[in-house]
Design a protein around this ligand. Structure first.
Ligand SMILES: Cc1ncc(COP(=O)(O)O)c(C=O)c1O
Length: 374
């Protein structure tokens, strides 16, 4: 199986621990074990825990707790995975066969740019249009989603635009999937990270062809435990479990215990509120900074997520610009080219305010130089 390089992940893993300032992140600064202990995590019981294998599809207690937030779901509709990325990967392994098609929303987290192709599928893109408030380009969508399509992948809220689909757009997407017999894979890992807008509606329950993936990495602020999940039709979930047996067997036992605390409704709300407070505090700093470029930067503010996507007015490829920022300022940001959208930069919004201010100052030095050149 030949798989193309996942450019953003590879760039991050190469440089994120080398640069002075990693602003390529996409979640809020992470929660500590101490904070989780204050929410009821019994650290002593973790110290005493025999480190055996855990239940490979997630403990019943965790799956039952998760099922409560997906109406109609039971523990059998859920597979707990090592991060949302494993959830997405298992679904591709379970559902995609050589010759299938996969429709992929761009810009996006590019996992589904690479994985289905490695399994022999053709990947067709449909764009979100910045000039129409990130509404999907419906012509491209209708073309990309056809009777050969096995999976339609979207992230909602979207990485990297921070946009959220309208109710009408959601219904249109689901209707089309039903018409052609495709599964809709809605990656909802940013659900709960809304900044000012109401909670994003889940796709769950809109059709029996809807599959949702999510995890603790973004809205919860707990990426390090690597817990994600799939919620889907029982037969699809059972097939994912079979794939899971071959790959990682299951999630780590300590992580499952941490997740059982994090997803309790009261704690989930606390964690979402923490995320929201961080983002609400930082967004005006980012806004003011973007405005100081007198039109060189176009910034459509994110509705959710710790991501800010900036369009810049020059023809320099985004990778080249990011390399300059990394080499001259020791700051890592994500080029739009790694997200399916040339001419943009993605800058992290989830750090401490003083970190954000200093990072933006450094990025600004390079952007001002670029502006002068343009
Ligand atoms: C849309 C989306 N899905 C999945 C992931 C990976 O998440 P996890 O850390 O839960 O594997 C990311 C990470 O940036 C993402 O943006």
């Amino acid at each position: 199986m030949k798989i193309e390089t996942f450019e953003m992940e590879r760039m991050q893993s190469t440089w994120e621990n080398v640069v002075e300032m990693d602003m390529s992140e996409s979640g809020v600064r992470p929660v500590s074990l101490r904070e989780l202990a204050e929410m009821g995590l019994d650290v002593d019981s973790i110290l005493a825990m025999p480190l055996g294998y855990s239940q490979s599809n997630g403990t019943i207690a965790l799956r039952e707790e998760l099922a409560k937030s997906y109406p109609g779901a039971t523990a059998d509709h859920i597979e707990v995975t090592n991060g949302t990325s494993e959830a997405n990967y298992l679904l591709a392994l379970a559902l995609v066969r050589d010759g299938d098609e996969v429709a992929f929303q761009v810009p996006n987290y590019m996992q589904y740019g690479g994985v289905p192709k490695s399994l022999g599928a053709k990947v067709s893109h449909f764009r979100l249009n910045i000039d129409r408030d990130w509404e999907p380009d419906w012509e491209q969508f209708e073309r990309a989603v056809n009777p050969r399509t096995r999976i339609v992948y979207i992230s909602n809220p979207n990485n990297p635009s921070g946009s959220v689909l309208s109710r009408e757009a959601m219904q249109r997407i689901v209707r089309r999937c039903d018409e052609v017999g495709a599964y809709l894979l809605a990656d909802e890992v940013y659900l709960g990270a809304e900044i000012y807008c109401p909670r994003t509606e889940s796709f769950w329950g809109m059709s029996d062809r809807v599959i949702v993936t999510s995890g603790l990495s973004k809205a919860y602020g707990i990426p390090g435990v690597r817990i994600g999940w799939i919620v889907g039709p029982k037969d699809v979930v059972a097939e994912c479990w079979s794939q899971h047996d071959y790959i990682t067997i299951g999630p780590n036992k300590i992580s499952d215990a941490v997740a059982r605390i994090a997803v309790q409704p009261e704690n989930r709300q606390k964690l979402y509120s923490r995320t929201c407070a961080i983002l609400q505090h930082n967004l005006p700093i980012m806004r003011e900074w973007a405005q100081s470029f007198s039109g060189f930067l176009t910034f459509r503010e994110p509705r959710a997520g710790a991501l800010c996507l900036m369009r810049y007015s020059s023809s320099t490829p985004s990778f080249e610009l990011c390399e300059r920022i990394r080499l001259n300022q020791s700051v890592l940001v994500v080029p739009g080219a790694h997200l399916g959208l040339e001419g943009f930069l993605r800058i992290w919004l989830g750090g401490k305010p003083e970190f954000l201010t200093e990072g933006l100052r450094r990025i600004g030095i390079e952007l001002h130089a670029e502006m002068a050149r343009a």
